[in-house]
Design a protein around this ligand. Structure first.
Ligand code: AAO
Length: 516
């Protein structure tokens, strides 16, 4: 059945020349260095992210959190704040400060994941079992290090019997009750707004360039607006005068609930969860979905407008069955399809792109559910996080996956920079799972997710010359050699592509920076 598509002839588009970013193109992609220690992030900015054109790092929540021992030090303890002090499993405040400054110096921005919707779980107990040793009493809702006390929480507004969100169809529950039992802050109150903005401003003043704001669906848009309105401009040691923090808000909107992502998009960017769910389904070829359908990828698929969207193939939740997205989500556990999905995302102009950089855990799927979805990062018996060692071949050791260091992904990050601002042109498909498209005259990608060879003469829109495919290899340092396939673009902009269905990475990408 698939073969029918494979027999279809090639199609040709028209190449049009557009603007160029002739100097070194600015970075366009964020990488989430999930659970990384601050010291390793600093090194990564200097040694790897800056030279390879990454724009920014999303860091794990830097605020003090509860220490969970049942199960043992799960990653999700960092989503249970105890105070806004800056000691965490990733390091000390000094290490955080040093990392932000070193990354800024080499032009890599830091976006902090801020957990401001709630504090720890109502059942977290009492004591000093927290990452800076601050005292708290969850039952009494006492967090003296902020300080917050019972009147700063939403108990008076929540109407469910359990005090938790029980029904996502009720917008009042979703905003005023506890998300999975987490003590829900009352952001309409001046003191809470002032404390939250104070925390975010401490980070802005230290040099962060913006925020991933956790659990925004569970906060009222007008309260968030009031908080964002208090944020300082970025630190002028590194950023132009008058620069505002870049804010992207986590709102899970797959449709089917009354709270919409669009309620938040006037305040900042919003996570587009449909992106990874739908793209995963296409790459898996589920329900008759095929790559050719991606010709119209974007708003007509029900995605939010491109200039509001923060997009990703997977995130730290849905790569392990938390949050939302479901079984179609692709992750590093299925590397061949994952790389194809990430390459498509980075080549396509839609949205602001974020890459996931993960660690491995003892995945144990029972009836589709992972029994070990809680496991924290590679760590020593005392719970402290292990450093991220870099192997001689550039990969990471000790269970750190470092998807962002896979050369196919790294090279597509550069593709996106080089193609930035260029329109999608020269779309071609075989009606099935073979597609190609260009970005102005700056880049061209060809993907074969069919069961047969792709063999086609395609209009690339690129200037004539010899290019190095950045997926099977890359240009050598001197610029003349190529460790992968060579693609020759003729005077008419056309080039011949052959991709066998059995290739380890069944896609080819060339761009202005890979010209030989
Ligand atoms: C932990 C334990 C809990 C315990 C709690 C308190 O796991 O058992 O009750 O402590 O003791 C993370 C972990 C949580 C963890 C928490 C605190 O994921 O397991 O709880 O830290 O330590 C909702 C929110 C969304 C949230 C997501 C996980 O809307 O904001 O849940 N993500 C962020 C972070 C996340 C973090 C938190 C928030 C909390 O990224 O890491 O939690 O700070 C529906 C709703 C979504 C909802 C999901 C999941 O989704 O639409 O809004 O996300 O349900 O509850 C289909 C539907 C889709 C639906 C989905 C799942 O796909 O189309 O809409 O099914 O039903």
């Amino acid at each position: 059945m698939k073969a029918r598509w494979c027999l279809l002839a090639l199609g040709l588009g028209l190449g049009v020349s557009h603007y160029h970013c002739r100097t070194r193109c600015g970075g366009t992609s964020i990488v989430h260095l999930f659970e990384w220690p601050w010291r390793d992030i600093a090194e990564e900015c200097e040694n790897y992210l800056a030279p390879n054109g990454f724009a920014a790092v999303q860091i794990s929540p830097p605020s003090e959190n509860v220490v969970v021992t049942q199960p043992w030090r799960p990653w999700w303890e960092r989503y249970q704040p105890i105070s806004y002090k800056l000691c965490s499993r990733s390091g000390t405040e000094q290490e955080l400060r040093d990392m932000i400054s070193r990354c800024n110096k080499v032009g890599v921005k830091i976006y902090a994941d801020v957990v401001i919707n709630h504090m720890c779980s109502a059942s977290a107990g009492e004591g000093r079992r927290s990452t800076c040793g601050s005292y708290f009493n969850a039952r009494e809702e006492e967090f003296p290090s902020v300080p917050y006390s019972a009147s700063h929480f939403n108990d008076d507004k929540c109407t469910t019997a359990s005090g938790n969100i029980e029904n996502y169809q009720d917008i009042y529950q979703v905003r005023d009750c506890r998300l999975v039992g987490l003590l829900d802050l009352a952001h309409r109150k001046e003191h809470v707004r002032e404390r939250v903005a104070g925390y975010m401003n401490t980070l802005v003043d230290m040099g962060v360039a913006g925020f991933r704001v956790d659990a925004c669906k569970h906060m009222w848009p007008e309260d968030l607006k009031a908080i964002y309105g208090r944020l300082h401009n970025l630190n002028t040691e590194w950023f132009p005068e008058g620069s505002k923090p870049f804010v992207y808000q986590e709102v899970i909107d797959l449709g089917g609930e009354p709270i919409k992502a669009s309620e938040y998009s006037r305040l900042g960017h919003v996570t587009e969860f449909k992106y990874g769910a739908k793209l995963g389904s296409v790459i898996r070829r589920w329900n008759g979905d095929k790559l050719a359908d991606l010709k119209t990828w974007g708003e007509s698929w029900g995605l939010m407008p491109s200039d509001q969207a923060l997009v990703f193939v997977d995130n730290h939740d849905n790569q392990r069955g938390h949050g939302a997205g479901g079984a179609s989500i692709l992750t590093f556990w299925e590397p061949r399809m994952y790389k194809m999905a990430v390459a498509f995302m980075l080549a396509h102009p839609y949205g602001v792109t974020r890459l996931m950089s993960s660690y491995r855990w003892d995945r144990s799927l029972v009836e589709g559910r992972d029994q070990n979805d809680w496991m924290g990062p590679p760590s020593y018996p005392d719970g402290s996080t292990k450093p991220v060692p870099i192997n001689p071949d550039g990969s990471c050791g000790e269970g750190w996956v470092c998807e962002h260091r896979w050369h196919q992904i790294r090279n597509m990050v550069m593709f996106r920079n080089v193609a930035h601002g260029q329109p999608l042109l020269n779309w071609w498909d075989n009606g099935g799972n073979q597609i190609a498209f260009g970005r102005g005259d700056r880049g061209f990608i060809v993907i074969n997710n069919d069961d047969c060879t792709l063999d086609a003469l395609l209009q690339t829109g690129m200037p004539a010359g010899s290019y190095c495919d950045v997926i099977s290899g890359q240009r050598t340092a001197a610029g003349m050699g190529c460790t992968g396939k060579r693609i020759t673009v003729g005077e008419d902009g056309r080039a011949h592509f052959t991709i066998k269905a059995t290739e380890q990475d069944p896609f080819v990408a060339i761009h202005a920076g890979s010209k030989l």
